[in-house]
Design a protein around this ligand. Structure first.
Ligand code: HQG
Length: 190
């Protein structure tokens, strides 16, 4: 097999990119700008230095994940790449405030429900709360946590009017600072 034909596991690459761009850039020796971005060439060199890949990764491999991954997790612009959402590290300008749709959803596990209804939706290990534009996406997000899935509807229009900040993640993902329980209602409980 020629070097270029050696397959790369794109799920593994996506995970490595998420780790570098959302959680631990220092682990591969990169530094993110305040908007969370880094030069694509810098990320590529760092992944190649640290990854243990079956062959040298190329820009095309990274673009395969960006453009054809299972979700729109990354954005590339002017030779720089960033994660669109999911950060655990604090960044001053990662998210740009925007007006959300009237209603968005949050899928979660039933075991978190009492706590959410008491304290509201909190970012937990991430910087912001993650919300979905449609029920199907919310269901898939909630299922990741195991147990019974519950979907909460967020009265985003009212929350936005009341001053809660929202940010667009990707076509199906919105982000917000904490969302008090008064804006939440249960719409689906499996
Ligand atoms: C829960 C994936 C107790 C919250 C997905 C959630 C998403 C509370 C969990 C993205 C709580 C955090 C994010 C409270 C919130 N008490 N539990 N007060 N407030 N929670 O994984 O939204 O594949 O950090 O309900 O698709 O599940 O990585 O958030 O269950 O877009 O690209 O705390 O991650 O995207 O879990 O998922 P997470 P999430 P990727």
């Amino acid at each position: 097999m020629t070097e270029e034909a050696t397959p790369i596991n794109y799920v593994s690459l996506s995970k490595a990119m998420s780790k570098a761009l959302r959680h631990q850039p220092e682990r591969i020796g990169i530094t993110l700008a305040p908007d969370g971005s880094v030069k694509l060439s810098v990320l590529l060199d760092a992944l190649n230095r640290h990854g243990g890949w079956p062959r040298t990764l190329t820009v095309a491999d990274i673009m395969q994940v960006v453009e054809h991954g299972s979700k729109q997790r990354f954005a590339v612009e002017d030779g720089r790449i960033k994660a669109r959402y999911g950060h655990s590290i604090a960044l001053d300008e990662a998210y740009v405030p925007a007006m959300p749709p009237a209603v968005v959803y949050h899928g979660t596990s039933q075991r978190f429900l009492d706590s959410i209804m008491a304290d509201g939706l909190l970012p937990m290990d991430r910087q912001v709360v993650h919300l979905s534009t449609d029920l199907e996406t919310a269901r898939a997000v909630g299922r990741r946590h195991g147990g019974k899935t519950v979907i909460l509807q967020v009265d985003a229009q009212r929350a936005f009017r009341d001053g809660i900040r929202f940010y667009r993640g990707n076509d199906s993902t919105w982000l917000a600072d904490r969302v008090p329980a008064g804006y939440l209602s249960i719409v689906w409980d499996s």
